[in-house]
Design a protein around this ligand. Structure first.
Ligand code: SF4
Length: 322
């Protein structure tokens, strides 16, 4: 019988004991199982097809650096071509450094790298937006502005780069928090919109994929550390404002007691989604299919009339002039 500090697959010393199942793993077997789980997520959810051009959104943080590294390793198996996209929101003393890590990773794998800033795309950096917004009572909060503009930026850049799918580094903890946030906000039916399999909802929307949706954050940090992958460790100065902060803390505590929590939340969401797909029309459609309109100002998609990005830009212009 192997000692608790010996890998359960070989005689090498263990570097990690997976909380769920308590299995000790050496570096080689940890790496193997880490990459295997991502590959399984990709295949189980049909995230890519063969010979597709795949974009990876790389901020320079741990999740995106680890994701790029794993997808590069799987590139031959999946016969896919990788392209890197980095969006610089314009956050002083934070984003400059993370863009450097993103560049390092793209150069290391010799990949095409598209870097665009909020300033290039929308005329304002996030810091400028927050300064304008702060002139009067704050309206949305940094993370909401950031989320609206970054979603658009990633889609526009991915479309211009001619990719089939855009991968992001959202991990199991992020995904589980999103499910619980939707429940807490009384919007549980939004789960029906979170089909993990990318699908083309509109010709101008690049489908999204999350190959880390079954990978816990703790293992991503460990993968970066054990494999000497440089990434930005400093947090964004606006992160303290993020509404999911208290929920993240609560779920981490709970997960420390019950390690399968994140996995169970995602499995529950997948089961709800599966049930929803079996419902008869129009009940399923009512919640799963969003109305897609075209913004009369920029021509990008919107849920109805003016899109959120144009709303933000008009709001900022008004505030600047007031
Ligand atoms: Fe943007 Fe908020 Fe994340 Fe900072 S913490 S990068 S403001 S979403």
């Amino acid at each position: 019988m192997s000692s608790p500090k010996t890998c359960h697959k070989c005689s090498q010393p263990a570097c990690y004991i997976r909380p769920h199942g308590k299995l000790p793993l050496c570096l080689t077997h940890f790496n193997e199982s880490f990459v295997r789980r991502v590959k399984k997520t990709i295949l189980d959810n049909n995230l890519f097809k063969r010979n597709e051009r795949i974009a990876v959104g790389v901020s320079g943080g741990k999740d995106s650096i680890a994701l790029l590294t794993v997808l590069h390793e799987l590139k031959k198996d999946l016969s896919s071509e990788l392209v890197v996209i980095t969006i610089d929101e314009g956050i002083a003393n934070y984003r400059e450094d993370s863009v450097k890590y993103a560049k390092l990773a793209a150069e290391k794998f010799d990949l095409e790298h598209h870097i665009y800033s909020f300033k290039d795309l929308f005329g304002y950096s996030l810091d400028e937006i927050i300064a304008i917004d702060a002139k009067t009572e704050r309206s949305l909060g940094a993370c909401s502005f950031c989320g609206i503009l970054r979603r658009r930026a990633l889609n526009v850049v991915a479309r211009e780069a001619g990719v089939n799918v855009l991968c992001t580094g959202h991990n199991q903890d992020d995904e589980a928090q999103t499910v619980i946030m939707n429940v807490l906000r009384g919007e549980v039916l939004r789960i029906m919109r979170s089909n993990p399999t990318p699908n083309k909802k509109h010709r101008s929307l690049i489908p999204r994929a999350k190959p880390f949706r079954r990978t816990p954050e703790e293992e991503i940090v460990l993968y970066c550390v054990l494999n000497d992958l440089p990434y930005q460790e400093v947090s964004c100065s606006y992160a303290v404002e993020a509404s999911r902060g208290p929920l993240r803390d609560f779920m981490l505590d709970y997960q420390n007691m019950y390690p399968s929590t994140g996995m169970n939340v995602i499995s529950s969401a997948d089961k709800i989604l599966e049930l929803a797909t079996q419902l008869k029309e129009p009940l399923n459609n009512k919640y799963s299919k969003r109305k897609i309109d075209t913004c009369p100002e920029c021509g990008e998609i919107s849920s109805s009339g003016q899109c959120k990005v144009c709303e933000v830009i008009s709001y900022l212009k008004e505030k600047e002039e007031s």
